[in-house]
Design a protein. Structure first.
Length: 81
């Protein structure tokens, strides 16, 4: 998917994608680092001083497509001594 194929409203930050799909931000970032979804450069000047996470945007349609098959891994409780 190329940025030219996307509408401007389709590019969202990780926290917005999390709110829209229920997939945790950490998982979204992990998908991007593994090349399963694309990252897009946000306008850092518009969000200066609010942290580096606001410089990276993601395509919401890609996340929604992957979220359809996403199943969270249950966390194990620590073993009692």
């Amino acid at each position: 998917m190329r940025p030219s194929e996307l509408y401007p409203d389709d590019l969202v930050f990780a926290h917005e994608a999390e709110a829209a799909t229920g997939v945790p931000k950490a998982v979204i970032r992990q998908w991007a680092s593994r090349g399963r979804i694309q990252r897009f450069q946000g306008d850092a000047r518009q969000y200066s001083g609010q942290g580096h996470e606001y410089k990276t945007m993601y395509a919401l349609p890609e996340i929604q497509q992957r979220a359809a098959t996403y199943r969270p891994t249950p966390q194990r409780a620590p073993k009692a001594a």
